[in-house]
Write a protein that binds this ligand. Structure first.
Ligand SMILES: *[C@@H]1O[C@H](CO)[C@@H](O)[C@H](O)[C@H]1NC(C)=O
Ligand SMILES: *[C@@H]1O[C@H](CO)[C@@H](O)[C@H](O)[C@H]1NC(C)=O
Ligand SMILES: *[C@@H]1O[C@H](CO)[C@@H](O)[C@H](O)[C@H]1NC(C)=O
Ligand SMILES: *[C@@H]1O[C@H](CO)[C@@H](O)[C@H](O)[C@H]1NC(C)=O
Ligand SMILES: *[C@@H]1O[C@H](CO)[C@@H](O)[C@H](O)[C@H]1NC(C)=O
Length: 360
């Protein structure tokens, strides 16, 4: 866990030293984003199982994105493996996500940089920009929840690392009892940030650690070249290297969390949130570094948490006199007449013999 945090911090520091120029070259930054893209999470109770198998997503529409380098979003530098398909769903309590991205199988146990990795980013503070992950102007020494207020961004990062395919990682009793967003078992961590250099596990902060936080995420991964399920650690590396296919990631989180520190995005049914997805991959077998990730867009993408649509279609709109209404009225009139007729017949029939059940 501490190792994980240290690795993350190392990645951060590396990212900082290698990408400082990119972050400051504001003139170079250009983004032609299509802001009309909406990822829609429909109400699908009892549909999704978090097992890495994605058959249960096949009737759910997704959005396919060309993924571009986050710090240099130009089409000619897109991830050459293929597009990333992003799907979302919810069951009224939890929101579910599925990511599918083509990539040759690579697994190097415990060496996160040599396997695929994904992250989600959600806007929390109303002034949190996509560019520079919240966009707070403070540096690592000066960012605080006061100086960066309004720039809060929620992050979830899953580095496959030593995670076994098909097994569940993320929030667990051991780490959650310590009250932070860590995950010592699989490095599926719950974080927040104000900019790329002020990034912390939920509960941790620049001046004080708060133990009221939780890792609210669960997730798993899979690759299409894996042929059976029920893997254990000893089966590592689970499949042979460089087999072509696709990576699948499945995640869930409660729509609302018990966060009291502005470190989690909160989702509301019927409302739209802002999100993005990042992807790290060891292109040509070269280990990735923290800022060398691809992103589905160079600005926020809308995430709609849609209400139960069957409720909406039950509410008649416009003319109430449709065929069904007319038929049910006719039916109830006929039923009423029959009941009067039967009632009349019964009241006129005297001496109906009583037949005990056991004589039948
Ligand atoms: C900042 O965080 C500290 C520690 O969690 C808390 O006591 C304080 O109220 C927070 N301030 C703001 C402005 O949120
Ligand atoms: C966001 O920025 C606007 C304009 O600078 C400011 O009025 C508002 O208070 C900010 N919101 C937060 C949550 O800090
Ligand atoms: C918070 O906890 C982390 C990990 O245990 C530690 O490295 C850091 O120094 C703590 N920060 C404060 C302000 O106590
Ligand atoms: C897989 O591909 C990488 C990079 O292209 C190469 O270095 C490695 O030797 C390959 N491994 C196998 C088992 O073919
Ligand atoms: C990640 O990659 C960097 C080089 O980009 C390396 O220094 C670092 O040790 C790697 N981290 C892990 C956990 O492998």
């Amino acid at each position: 866990m501490l190792g994980g945090v240290c690795a993350l911090v190392t990645i951060l520091i590396l990212a900082q030293s290698t990408s400082l120029n990119s972050h400051h070259e504001a003139a170079d930054w250009s983004c032609n984003s299509k802001t009309d893209i909406h990822i829609q999470a429909h109400f699908n109770p009892g549909r999704i199982t978090l097992d890495g198998q994605v058959d249960d997503w096949k009737d759910i529409d997704g959005s396919a994105f060309s993924i571009l380098p986050a710090l240099d979003p130009h089409a000619d530098k897109a991830y050459n493996g293929g597009k990333m398909n992003v799907k979302a769903s919810h069951d009224g309590k939890e929101v579910f996500f599925m990511l599918q991205v083509d990539g040759d199988y690579t697994y190097s146990e415990g060496y996160s940089n040599k396997t695929a990795s994904v992250a989600f980013m959600f806007q929390i503070g109303e002034n949190a920009t996509y560019h520079r992950m919240g966009g707070c102007e403070e540096g690592p020494d000066t960012c605080t929840n006061k100086s960066c207020k309004g720039h809060e961004v929620d992050l979830m990062h899953f580095s496959i690392g030593k995670a076994i395919p098909g097994r569940l990682y993320g929030g667990n009793l051991v780490d959650n009892s310590e009250g932070n967003g860590g995950d010592r078992f699989g490095h599926l961590v719950d974080l927040y940030c104000w900019n790329p250099h002020c990034r912390y596990l939920d509960g941790y902060g620049p001046s004080v650690n708060d133990t009221s936080a939780q890792n609210d995420w669960k997730g798993t991964w899979w690759h299409s070249s894996l042929t059976h399920s029920g893997f254990v650690k000893d089966d590592s590396p689970y499949s042979s290297s460089n087999q072509s296919g696709a990576y699948y990631f499945e995640f869930s989180r409660p729509l609302r969390t018990m966060d009291r520190l502005q470190q989690d995005a909160q989702f509301t049914i019927g409302k739209t949130s802002k999100m993005s997805v990042a992807f790290w991959y060891p292109v040509h077998g070269k280990p990735w570094h923290g800022s060398g990730h691809f992103s589905i867009s160079c600005d926020w993408i809308q995430l709609d948490i849609l209400p139960d649509s069957s409720e909406l279609t039950k509410v008649p709109q416009g003319s109430p006199w449709d065929a069904a209404t007319a038929f049910s009225l006719l039916f109830s009139v006929v039923a009423f007449c029959i009941s009067i007729f039967v009632g009349h017949r019964v009241s006129r029939t005297k001496n109906i013999p009583f037949t005990p059940m056991n004589n039948l």
